[in-house]
Design a protein around this ligand. Structure first.
Ligand code: NCD
Ligand code: ZN
Length: 375
């Protein structure tokens, strides 16, 4: 046994599904999965039902999270074709603005360049009044985070450059994308990006084996795309899970009739750290690469508060197989089931209290804080 201590991880991209899809996940089950994965802060996406696109809905979501979460939670607001930038009055209460310009689960995709101009312009105007958030301060707004694949990526880069808004690119998966982001960074564009464990450790080669369990947006990419992410590791600011739980039945696994439109997305909160520690064991990463991308950079990109007296204890000698049965997510499955990993989360301490130990969540629901809601 060889226990190391790391800061609690920040997962800057999760879908905790409340309200509307509580049968897939809710703030209790999702944040319990987070603690089991060594994650003490999550940023929750707005593609719920209804979406987090207005001040009332953000307030409602914050109330739900405050009652149930066992780790700290930041909430994104999202732009919609019908409500535009209705979230603007409460922009400071969100960790950032999420804009979808590529297809995925939910109804949040923005369809016109005209609306994109308006969304970037109004966010920039708001930032001109209140500034961008630094170091967890109550004041200021976060960046604009986009799901922008392929040809949509340069559109977002151009708008962020035009309106001088910090842009964060969610789940980068292709060589063409990471090379463009790197080139943009080298030319001084204010852009950061993230990669998920599934895009770093799986490729189209795994699809025959995974079937529907390998379907997510962005889709798994080619081995050459995966190689490009590793080649350009320096340009990847954040590792985030894109934890996107759906039931296996919805994905069409183990049911007689295939669903017409199986939802894309895979759970990830409980497997990210063991997978990354296995990459350390294999010499692909070092521990600093993990802390930089799962703690320091998410905090810097989103201006998140530090979590005092908060750490995780990991047994880096523990070698075991990831299984579905051990998971706390309601989805109850992982595309990494059966994989041997090095490194097990033994204990999680949040603000001085042991909230997880030896496989059990010890925290009371509501122990987690919702960020930026004011007093
Ligand atoms: C996500 C979901 O299910 O909410 N699905 C996915 O495949 N990643 C949506 C998203 O992040 O695009
Ligand atoms: Zn997502």
């Amino acid at each position: 046994m060889s226990i190391i201590r790391l800061p609690g991880l920040v997962d800057a991209h999760v879908h905790l599904r409340e309200p509307g899809y509580e049968y897939k996940e809710d703030f209790a089950s999702g944040t319990m999965a987070a603690l089991a994965g060594g994650v003490t802060m999550v940023l929750d996406m707005p593609n719920t039902n209804p979406p987090t696109s207005t001040p009332e809905r953000l307030a409602d979501k914050a109330r739900r999270a405050a009652a149930k979460a066992v780790c700290d939670v930041g909430l994104f607001v999202g732009a919609t074709n019908t409500e535009g930038d209705a979230y603007l009055p409460v922009a400071e209460r969100a960790c950032g603005l999420k804009i979808y310009v590529s297809d995925t689960f939910g109804s949040l995709r923005i369809d016109t360049l005209e609306l994109m101009h308006r969304l970037f312009r109004s966010w920039a105007e708001k930032a001109a009044q209140v500034g961008y958030r630094m170091d967890g301060a109550a004041r200021g707004v976060g960046p604009i985070t986009v799901h922008a694949e392929e040809l949509m990526l340069p559109v977002c880069l151009a708008l962020s450059h035009l309106y001088r808004v910090p842009l964060h690119i969610a789940h980068v998966s292709r060589r063409s994308e990471i090379e463009l982001i790197r080139a943009a960074k080298e030319r001084g564009v204010f852009v950061t990006c993230e990669a998920t464990p599934h895009h770093l450790f799986l490729s189209t080669d795994d699809l025959p084996r995974l079937g529907a369990r390998g379907d997510m947006r962005p889709r798994l990419a080619t081995p050459d795309d995966v190689a490009a992410l590793w080649e350009h590791l320096e340009a990847i600011d954040i590792f985030a899970t894109d934890h996107a739980p759906h039931t296996l039945a919805e994905k069409g696994v183990g049911v007689n009739e295939l669903p017409a439109a199986p939802p894309p997305g895979v759970p990830g909160l409980e497997t990210m750290l063991p997978l990354l520690l296995t990459a350390v064991h294999d010499g692909l990463l070092d521990l600093d690469d993990i802390v930089t991308r799962c703690v320091d950079n998410p905090r810097r990109v989103y201006g998140l508060p530090a979590q005092p007296d908060t750490w995780i204890e990991v047994d880096v000698d523990s070698v075991y197989e990831l299984t579905n049965a051990d998971l706390k997510t309601k989805a109850g499955w992982t595309p990494f089931a059966g994989q041997r990993v090095h490194g097990r989360v033994e204990r999680v301490v949040l603000r001085g209290e042991t909230v997880y130990a030896q496989g059990e969540v010890l925290a009371m629901q509501g122990r987690g804080r919702v960020l930026f809601q004011g007093e």
